[in-house]
Design a protein around this ligand. Structure first.
Ligand code: HEM
Length: 200
């Protein structure tokens, strides 16, 4: 069981990284802005020393992670079980009802996200998270049972982005190929053909 949970977490990280790479290749100006930020915090031709405090300075990379996980979350839903009768959205629900909270429905909701189908990391860049609804982004769930691994997952993704994009450029082999994902408990990236070249 422990092994399965660990695999699930790792598959979420690797799928997130694949989806990030896919979106960056389709939005070269975003990729360039991200690379500029990485180069400003971890300059080329200087000894490379990846520190936690420096990773936290990568605000644009963080915005890219948030925007990719908004538009293409690795999860589909998370459940909530009600022990007592309750009212939700103007309806009365019996005790024992199981709700399945639809992440895509929330992440693409026009009331919370203008032009929700458009990929735009600037929605998150240097923005105060308190200015939007606290459950408008539920990549890591929400409330009492939200993901305790969210900070670790974000730091892992930021580290991976720095390690790869500081040294290498990634291109899609076929710009017209769709992102192939398989949906089970979570979505996993099944195939993403890329060309990786050293930068410079
Ligand atoms: C990109 C990576 C990850 C994503 C997208 C993700 C997402 C989620 C989501 C949506 C939930 C359900 C939250 C809810 O019901 O409100 C969850 C729960 C959980 N996650 Fe993550 N997670 C990730 C990485 C991790 C990591 C790295 C760990 C541990 C090291 C972790 C540990 C857990 C645990 C233990 C729960 C159950 C919490 C509970 O039921 O109280 N997750 N995660």
């Amino acid at each position: 069981m422990k092994f399965e949970v660990t695999c699930l977490m790792l598959s979420q990280i690797s799928t997130s990284f694949s989806i990030i790479s896919y979106y960056l290749c389709h939005h070269p100006q975003v990729k360039q802005k991200m690379i500029n930020e990485i180069d400003s915090i971890f300059p080329q031709n200087t000894p490379f020393n990846m520190k936690y405090e420096d990773l936290l300075k990568l605000e644009y990379c963080d915005a890219v992670i948030n925007e990719v996980s908004r538009i293409r979350p690795t999860g589909n839903e998370f459940p909530r079980y009600v022990e007592n009768p309750c009212e939700v959205a103007g309806y009365l629900w019996d005790a024992g009802t199981m709700f399945h909270i639809n992440m895509n429905g929330i992440h693409l909701h026009k009331e919370h996200w203008p032009n929700p189908e458009i990929f735009d990391p600037d929605r998150f860049y240097k923005k105060d998270p308190n200015e939007r609804h606290k459950f408008s982004l539920v990549t890591f769930g929400g409330g009492l049972r939200d993901c305790p691994g969210r900070k670790l997952a974000t730091i892992e993704l930021l580290s991976l982005i720095v390690l790869v994009f500081r040294k290498y450029d990634i291109e899609l082999v076929d710009m017209n190929a769709p992102l192939v994902t398989k949906s089970s408990i979570v979505n996993s990236c099944e195939e993403l053909k890329v060309r990786i070249r050293p930068r410079n």
